[in-house]
Design a protein. Sequence first.
Length: 127
Amino acid sequence: MHLQRLLFRQQQSLSLEIKNYCIEKIFMKTDDLNKKKKLRLLVDRKEIAWFPVVDASVCNGCGDCEIFCKPGVFTPGKQEGVQRPKMTVSNPDNCIVLCTRCQPRCTAGAITLPRPEDFERFVEYVA
Ligand code: SF4
Ligand code: SF4
């Protein structure tokens, strides 16, 4: 009987620990979300030379960057022969300043972006 009670208490204490852990995780996630701030440009977008550059000698025309980039920065170039067309940066001003998300998507390593630290002065973060 005594053993049963002991086991019951241990179970209760364990479930309380799990509950607290879950609550902690939920709050951590909320905090992380709150930390995400909006970015406001301090000058006209056209004055900010932030956009990707595609190295045509490396690009294999897979099209991943075009699919991935929702602002529509990329467009396939002219088809030459049987090879897939190389990607081009057709709408550089659509590129979101300080976004770097397409770079790791390009497994060929054809995309380069400027150094973010050189462009921090063009933006401010708002809550
Ligand atoms: S993801 Fe890279 S290799 Fe593929 S089309 Fe874009 S630039 Fe070219
Ligand atoms: S940096 Fe972001 S917005 Fe700019 S081209 Fe890449 S994915 Fe699109």
